[in-house]
Design a protein around this ligand. Structure first.
Ligand SMILES: [Cu+2]
Length: 684
């Protein structure tokens, strides 16, 4: 009774599989998809891309959740240093991409966005990454106007008592070394699992030989205890601890602590009756404690803004719960209905002089808290040879501004929205039709979705800080996205392809704009504007001759800021990937070319909570080589040379380079030059 995506064709089964966590499944590896080293993940079901985070991928990603998404067409990552970049899908950054970690939310603490949710994700400890494009599901929490990304683990019920394990070792240029290990033991009734990761890298060099302030070190440990009294029931207790430090090339501080404590409890029972097919419930606790300073990972240089060693220490406690039931309805219809809730409290303490006033001695002061309670229902109804998938959710949001004062320039002023509370009821919904040919390879779909997204912590409190007419941005309106999604998927023996297109209208798009004159000051403000975006992704894979395979992908997005009559900011330019590989039973070799066009549509100083546009960028092309060898089943040796020609380039979506003592300042944070890597993965 595997509900692993690899064995079920229907989007419904996938939706169920991704929804029901933990799942009693067999931990089968993703099928190789003919690609030993993942260079381009492809859409194989309507709106859905599934990728195996344990498989080696090119270019070598940092061991965090954002870099792993970069092989999926439509994703870009805003670079800040060596790790902890911010994923962007179709030009939509941050909270517009809903990140679910085994059904939990883990929100970062850094007001300067050093730690997107993906900074607390160690991808190789998961079995699957599922991306659902667009506002086309309501099952995984609110606000997924651009996409939903689900990192998930399988739960396995062992038929006989036993022990198994797996692990990987990775070594690469610039001191990169990673270790990942998993051990699992148990019997039919009880299972225990322990996983650990450690990843480290030194500062890398860009293609011109410039060192980039980008070194990092990250580790994680997580464990799970599951009780499976029968094959239809699982109760699971999970926990995770992780920490790390990372140098940033784009700002005056580095992250010296990214500590996360996590506890989760899950329950699932299946096949309860004719109508009630499944009940599931989960609750979780996530605590993130983050420290950044201007002296631990760099030479301290006094500046006008920070004349002394300075430290900032935000934290955030996120708790949440979710319960859902799956119902079999007449005429083959299936419904999933449930409730989810999340609450988070953010605090901050900091010091402008660690020598005279250590931050550890200061009290943490709460600056904001958020609460959300949502009810959702998603239905799959067979209709006219295809199926209708539709969903609706309503969310009750509450946010409180706990700041008594605001820092304006060098002085503290009363916060005009101190102790203000806002309550919003927001609605999201979608409907689409999917249809596959009878005995044919073609599936097509079309749908419309709407999401009302509540502004996040950064949009209300920390990124823009002010609105045009107030010193506080706490009154920023929710963003409302209405999107049309269409696409076609064809799976043939020698040629497979997919095309997905979208048109999106975003009312009250939350724009962050820097350099806005306000009296004598130049400030960064949060504005609600009206915007439109459109574009899409395409992929194709073609077995040219026995053993020879070509894969190509294309991603494009264009957008307009209609309020200002300017291009919408922070949109990645057209990107294409072409790979050619030769594969035998035991080994493979391949080449990947990634080409990116110039971006001449931009809006300087406008963008999102992570970054703003800096200007146009030229196009570039990067050639990489990879090889894989399976000495025996369950063992894979892979190697690659990324950026073979040592091309010096920066992505259009990048933070601006900062002045860091001992490093050359660049307009953008440049990508790594030629990088060699070797990875060994083995199952025990
Ligand atoms: Cu930070």
């Amino acid at each position: 009774m595997s509900i692993h995506p690899a064995t079920c064709k229907s989007p419904l089964a996938i939706a169920i599989a991704t929804l029901l966590v933990p799942s009693l499944t067999h931990a089968a590896a993703e099928p190789a998809l003919g690609e030993v080293v993942v260079t381009a993940a492809r859409m194989q079901r309507p709106l859905e891309v599934v990728t195996d985070p344990k498989a080696p991928r090119q270019p070598l990603p940092a061991h965090d959740g954002a870099d792993y998404l970069k092989t999926i067409p439509g994703f870009a990552v805003i670079r800040k240093g060596g790790t902890d970049g911010d994923p962007v899908f179709r030009g939509m950054a941050a909270s517009r991409v809903n990140i679910s970690v085994d059904g939990e939310q883990a929100l970062g603490g850094c007001g300067m966005r050093m730690d997107p949710p993906t900074a607390y994700i160690y991808p190789e400890t998961f079995d699957r990454v599922v991306v659902v494009k667009g506002p086309q599901t309501v099952l995984h929490g609110p606000g997924n106007s651009a996409a939903t990304v689900i990192f998930e683990r399988d739960r396995v019920r062992l038929a006989t008592p036993g022990v198994d394990g797996e692990g990987s070792l990775l070594g690469g240029s610039f001191g990169r070394n990673d270790v990942v290990a998993r051990l699992r033991l148990g019997n039919e009734q009880f299972q225990g699992e322990l996983q650990g990761t450690r990843a480290q890298a030194d500062d890398y060099e860009d293609g011109a030989g410039r060192e980039v302030h980008s070194a990092y070190e990250r580790w994680s440990g997580n464990g799970a205890l599951a009780w499976t009294p029968d094959e239809r029931t699982v109760v699971e207790l999970t926990g995770a601890l992780s920490d790390g430090e990372a140098s940033y090339a784009d700002r005056a501080m580095d992250g010296v602590k990214f500590a996360r404590d996590n506890v989760g409890l899950k329950f699932e029972r299946r096949e309860l009756g004719e109508v009630l097919r499944k009940v599931e419930a989960q609750a979780y606790y996530n605590y993130v404690d983050h420290v950044m300073d201007n002296y631990s990972l760099r030479d301290f240089v006094p500046s006008a803004m920070m004349p002394a060693p300075a430290v900032s220490n935000p934290d955030r406690k996120t708790t949440g719960a979710r319960a859902a039931v799956e119902l079999a309805l007449p005429r083959g219809a299936v419904a999933t209905v449930g409730l989810d809730s999340q609450r988070n409290v953010h605090t901050l303490r900091s010091t402008m002089n660690q020598l005279t006033m250590p931050y550890e001695l200061r009290a943490r002061v709460e600056d904001a808290r958020f609460e959300q309670l949502g009810a959702f229902g998603e239905f799959v109804v067979p209709a006219g040879g295809g199926r209708v998938v539709a969903g609706l959710r309503g969310d009750q949001w509450q946010a409180r501004d706990q700041r008594e004062t605001l820092r304006i320039g060098m002085s503290n002023v009363p916060n005009p929205t101190a102790k203000a509370q806002r309550d919003d009821t927001l609605w999201s919904g979608f409907a689409r039709y999917e249809r596959g040919q009878e005995d044919g390879p073609l599936t097509w779909y079309g749908g419309v979705g709407h999401v009302e997204r509540f502004p996040d912590y950064w949009e209300l409190v920390s990124a823009g800080k002010e609105s045009l007419d107030s010193l506080s941005a706490f009154g920023t309106r929710p963003e409302r996205t209405t999107q049309l999604d269409v696409g076609v998927i064809s799976a043939g023996d020698t040629l497979s392809f997919s095309v997905s297109g979208f048109y999106s209208r975003v009312d009250d798009f939350i724009l962050i704009q820097s350099g806005v004159p306000k009296g004598m000051r130049s400030v960064t403000v949060v504005r609600n504007i009206d915007a439109e975006t459109w574009g899409g992704e395409a992929d194709a894979s073609w077995w040219i001759a026995p053993g020879w395979k070509a894969v190509g992908t294309l991603a494009y997005v264009q957008g307009q800021n209609n309020s200002d009559d300017r291009p919408l900011a922070q949109l990645a330019p057209l990107e294409a990937r072409v790979s050619l590989s030769y594969e035998q039973a035991a080994w493979s070799a391949g080449a990947l070319f990634r080409g990116v066009l110039a971006q001449d549509r931009y809006a300087v100083n406008q963008g999102n909570i992570v970054g703003q546009d800096l200007g146009p960028t030229p196009g570039f092309g990067v050639l990489s080589l990879n090889a894989g060898w399976r000495p025996r089943p369950g063992m894979l040796v892979s190697a690659g040379i990324d950026n073979l020609l040592d091309r010096d380039y920066a992505e259009h979506l990048s933070r601006s380079g900062a002045m860091v003592a001992g490093f050359e300042q660049t307009t953008r944070v440049h990508e790594a030059g030629r990088t060699l890597w070797l990875k060994l993965s083995a199952e025990l």
